[in-house]
Design a protein. Structure first.
Length: 77
């Protein structure tokens, strides 16, 4: 697939065809990352990144759900 850039204010814009937006599940509110590689570039949607804190809290919750009762019973001994 090919496309062209078009003047837009003091810069240029590139349109993203509807079928590409649907496949990537992006809309006008989606933040895009531009990655320059060699003599070209890639544009991809920025996915929400989980922080270490989110991962750690999820791990703690899952661990407590699985082993919490056993651990509390050991403390009570």
């Amino acid at each position: 697939m090919t496309t062209k850039i078009h003047p837009y204010g003091g810069t240029y814009a590139m349109t993203i065809p509807a079928h590409v937006r649907r496949v990537l599940d992006i809309d006008e509110d989606t933040e895009l990352e531009i990655d320059i590689q060699g003599d070209g570039f890639f544009v991809k949607p920025v996915k929400e990144k989980q922080t270490l804190d989110d991962d750690f809290l999820r791990f703690l919750k899952e661990t407590d759900e699985k082993y919490g009762e056993t651990m509390r019973n050991l403390v009570d001994r």
